[in-house]
Design a protein. Sequence first.
Length: 385
Amino acid sequence: MARRRYQRGHVFLRGKRGQRVWVGRYLEGITPAGKRINKSVVLGEGKDFSGKKMALRALEPYLKKVNDINYRPATPVTFEEFAKTWKDTVLPTVRKRSYRRDIASQLSKHLIPGLGSLRLSNITARELQKFILTVSPGRQRHVFITFQKLWKTAVNWGYVSHEIKGVAFTPYDKEEQRFFTLEEVRRIFVAAKEPWRTLYWVIIETGLRIGEVLALRFKNVEDEVLHVEKSVYEGVTDDPKSKAGKRRLPLSAPLAQKLLSMSQGKSPNAFIFASKRGTPLRPNNILRRHHYPLLDSLKIPHGGFHAFRHASASFMDTLNVPMMIRQKRLGHADINTTMKYTHSVTEEERRVSEQLGNYLGLECAPKATILNPSFPKSADSGLPN
């Protein structure tokens, strides 16, 4: 990039006698080769100014922008050209494979088709706002976060100097996450075959993500403690989703014993839940071949592995488990995320409802029997012992 310097510009008269105009010239922008571009602007007719000094004063508003300390010469680089360079040079440095795939998808499906033809210097908050509204409401924030990552690099590389803020998103009602009730969990456990029964057991007791469960090796079980170190994405092991992903979780004695019995004759490095070739299982295959058919046979509405995580969080809430412990077991970096996983109705809430009903003088229906949320240990409970 050409060396920046303070500009005073220059002015001159152009045209034939009687039709002369004052023209100002200064440097703004750079060519692809890195050279500054001479820009001309008509300041007024010859008779509008008494002399050269007055014409220079008329040029000052144009020079104010280029002489600003934060000014960077605009480049002819389009967003598409920059995005492709960013994808080749910066995206590979993103550690998590799943995150890299999400960003690449947003670039190809949304950002490049919507902003690709615009020069970086011409992208403003107004242009970005118009583009964001073309994205589905549920994806707008994710696409904007990805755009911010690219824009930060563009600023660091000197392509642009202005920040983009104040973008608004379309409000929408997010569908509530499906979760399994205690009764549904019991029915699923009774009907499930191995190893899926144990897989469900691990998720519901620990609250692990399915990728973390499928990345577990027998060596990760030690003295009734589960060491969560990795996650599986598309058959490849990677780091857990969040910074709080790596953790140590106590196991119940029955679950620890069950996992120990499964390890007999197996290598410590073997995956606990593996294919016939010993490779990590893929969640979508489990859902399609085993989980959904099981739910259909039980006439239980579909819910994926995440429904078990939400059920686990709700059971912990019903058991009054401290929030910090819930956060650790679920592997959330933000405790506010943990709070969103709770779907249970507390005894206090039920009592308030009854008190309000009595206060209003309404006839109350007989009180419903509340199931004991703790997992029973009897052999006919339908849960593993």
